[in-house]
Design a binder for this molecule. Structure first.
Ligand code: 5GP
Length: 181
C-alpha cells in the first residue's frame, strides 16, 4: 500500500514522518530525489541530491512515480522496486501536486493532509530552516493554494498543533486502511 503524507511547507511533515517510522516498523520511507542543493546542516540522507541532467535522465527513463517543480527545483518519488512487499507499506512525504499525481496513478493510495495550526506557526517553522525572507514569503504564498487543493484531495486532514496527537491520528487512519475499514 502507499500512504502519502502531504501538506504545504512548514506544517511539520518531516517531524511527523520521523515519529511514524519510529512507531510503525511496517512503514518504509521513500527517499525523494531533488535538484535542490543541500541546506547547511541538512542530513545527507534527507534526499538523493542530484543535478538537473541526472534528474531529467531518470525522468525520461520513467523512473519517477510522480514529480514536481517547486521554487525552481525538481523533486520526485523514484518508482519503488516493488509494491508487492507484503511486510511494508510505502510512505511518501511530498507536496500536494505530487499527491495528486500519485492518486491518479494509484487510486487506492491513502492521502493525509497535514496543516499548520496557524499561518504564524507555519511562518515561524519556515524561518527556523534558515530560508531568507523572500523564500519564506514565496513558500507561504504557495502554501495557501496547496492547502486549498489538498483539502479537496485528501482522505483526512490533520492539524499539527500537538505532535503526539497528530501522529496518533495518522497511525489510526493507517490502521483503519490496513484492516480495510
Ligand atoms: P523542501 O525544499 O522544503 O525540502 O521541499 C519542498 C517541498 O517539496 C515540500 O513540500 C516537500 O514535501 C516537497 N517534496 C519533497 N519531496 C518531494 C517529492 O518527491 N515529490 C513532490 N511532489 N514533492 C516533494
Amino acid at each position: 500500500m502507499i500512504f502519502v503524507l502531504s501538506g504545504p511547507g512548514g506544517v511539520g511533515k518531516g517531524t511527523v514522518v520521523q515519529r511514524l517510522l519510529e512507531v510503525d516498523p511496517h512503514l518504509r520511507l521513500s527517499r525523494s530525489w531533488t535538484t535542490r542543493p543541500r541546506r547547511p546542516g541538512e542530513d545527507e540522507d534527507a534526499y538523493t541530491f542530484v543535478d538537473g541532467p541526472t534528474f531529467e535522465a531518470h525522468l525520461a527513463r520513467g523512473g519517477f512515480l510522480e514529480f514536481d517543480e517547486f521554487l525552481g527545483n525538481l523533486y520526485g518519488t523514484p518508482v519503488p522496486d516493488t509494491l508487492d512487499d507484503l511486510d511494508h507499506d510505502l510512505l511518501l512525504e511530498i507536496n500536494v501536486q505530487g499527491a495528486e499525481q500519485v492518486r491518479r496513478h494509484q487510486p487506492n493510495a491513502l492521502v493525509v493532509l497535514l496543516v499548520a495550526p496557524s499561518r504564524e506557526v507555519q511562518e515561524a517553522r519556515l524561518r527556523a530552516r534558515g530560508d531568507d525572507d523572500e523564500h519564506v514569503a514565496q513558500r507561504l504564498a504557495i502554501a495557501e493554494t496547496e492547502e486549498v487543493k489538498g483539502r479537496a484531495l485528501a482522505d483526512a486532514v490533520i492539524v499539527n498543533d500537538d505532535l503526539g496527537r497528530a501522529v496518533a491520528e495518522v497511525t489510526g487512519i493507517i490502521a483503519q486502511r490496513r484492516t480495510g475499514r
